[in-house]
Design a protein around this ligand. Structure first.
Ligand SMILES: *Cc1c(COP(=O)(O)O)cnc(C)c1O
Length: 397
């Protein structure tokens, strides 16, 4: 039994969908991306869907659409995959981190409210909220708070009712990083539709995959046109192939990827159900292992979209040693997430120190992602749990 960290779920129909595209001359900007985008609008109820070649590209286009300029501030979370912060830095804007909730790993909305208030007061209140060292991105001119970028961590949406209240009060855009939450729901509302723009991603470990790919959804007509233009080298509607109204990118999603995504999306419910079944097996078999806490869901999460299965280990356990022992036993695991503010380039740029975001750091020190995909059997889950129980004995501090 070879246990994998994750594994895409591909069928013969998926393979045929890709093969059908490569039998045509139309490999980019053809009917498949149109159909894939339309399917996303139907699924989520969003007015516009814009396919792109990664989740990161999608988030970057949202930053551009929100008119975020050098020196502007975007409030976000340090407990995420790096790209949610990197896209802010791509525009030389300043990510200001707010610590997270211990249960969900999502941005702490009380701390968020305080941070926005302090930043809007300016002066010393604002200064306290900024990183220790702020690079001079805009010749000494500090910009204003423009947006909030919450992340729906591990498939559980952040707490968007209070986030929307704050955004309205201070006239901020909300960019929802739903790259881990396709199909998840917050109080019956679809993940990705809970702010101004939502972004999904389709890397092979995500709930559906296109190899590489992403999708932006929004109800904002003007932003949608702008993001469509930027994805296609800045060509505005009406531009010819060699006319470029805006500074844009090649963020296009190719036809093979779009065809695969469309085929996968048709099976979304069953893909999510398979992942939920694996999560249930884990919960069942972890029940009696007292040194670990399984993922916890909150009431607002009316549907979780299982992305990864991340446990928290007790403080008495040396998590890194546990990971080494598990790898030796043939169980791949990942410390997940490594806090963004402790990444070398972030420390160098902003002067972050240990202790700056204690909850994120605590989660970063105690979290462990177990092997997870919808294709795991109960036997594999049981094996992981048994080896975990054995490894825990040797990993006590
Ligand atoms: C997967 C992911 C992304 C996007 O990743 P890409 O590899 O660029 O598609 C962004 N944010 C989070 C939180 C993710 O998990």
């Amino acid at each position: 039994m070879k246990i994998r960290m994750s594994s895409p779920d591909l069928t013969e129909a998926d393979r045929q969908a890709v093969e059908a595209v490569v039998n045509t001359p139309n490999l980019s900007m053809g009917p498949n991306i149109d159909a894939f985008e339309k399917a996303f609008c139907e699924l989520t109820g969003a007015k516009h869907a814009i396919g792109v070649n990664s989740g990161t590209a999608g988030l970057h286009l949202c930053i551009r659409a929100a008119d975020i300029n050098p020196g502007d501030i975007v409030i976000t979370t340090p407990f995420s995959f790096v790209s949610s912060t990197n896209v802010i830095l791509f525009e030389k804007a300043i990510p200001v981190f707010v610590d997270v909730d211990l249960i969900t790993g999502n941005i702490d909305v009380d701390l968020l409210a305080q941070a926005v208030e302090d930043l809007s007061l300016g002066g010393e209140s604002a200064r306290r909220r900024l990183p220790r060292r702020v690079p001079d991105f805009n010749q000494g001119q500090s910009g204003s708070v423009k947006a909030i970028l919450p992340v729906d961590v591990f498939g559980q949406p952040a707490d968007y009712d209070p986030i929307n209240v704050i955004a309205k009060q201070y006239d901020l855009k909300i960019i929802e990083d739903s790259c881990e939450a396709l199909g998840g729901e917050y109080q019956g509302r679809y993940a990705g539709t809970l702010g101004d723009y939502g972004v999904f991603a389709f890397y092979p470990n995500k709930q559906i995959t296109t190899g590489e790919g992403g999708m932006i959804i929004t109800d904002d007509d003007e932003a949608a046109d702008f993001m469509r233009a930027l994805r296609n080298q800045g060509r505005a509607p009406g531009d010819t192939w060699l006319q470029h109204t805006f500074l844009g990118y090649n963020y296009r999603l190719d036809e093979m990827s779009a065809a695969l995504g469309l085929s996968q999306l048709k099976r979304l419910e069953s893909l999510l159900a398979k992942r939920a079944r694996v999560a249930d097996w884990y919960a069942e078999h972890l029940k009696n292992i007292e040194e670990v806490t399984p993922p916890q869901l909150v009431e607002n999460t009316t549907k979780v979209s299982w992305f990864v299965y991340v446990i928290k280990v007790d403080e008495k356990i040396d998590r890194d040693r546990l990971a080494v022992i598990l790898e030796e036993k043939g169980v791949p695991v990942r410390p997940y997430f490594a806090p963004i503010h402790t990444q070398p380039y972030m420390v160098k740029m902003f002067g972050y120190q240990q202790g700056d975001f204690p909850v994120t750091e605590d989660l970063g020190n105690r979290s462990l992602a177990l092997p997870f995909s919808g294709r795991m059997s109960e036997e594999e889950v049981l094996t992981v749990c048994q080896r975990l129980a054995e490894a825990l004995v040797s990993a006590k501090r």
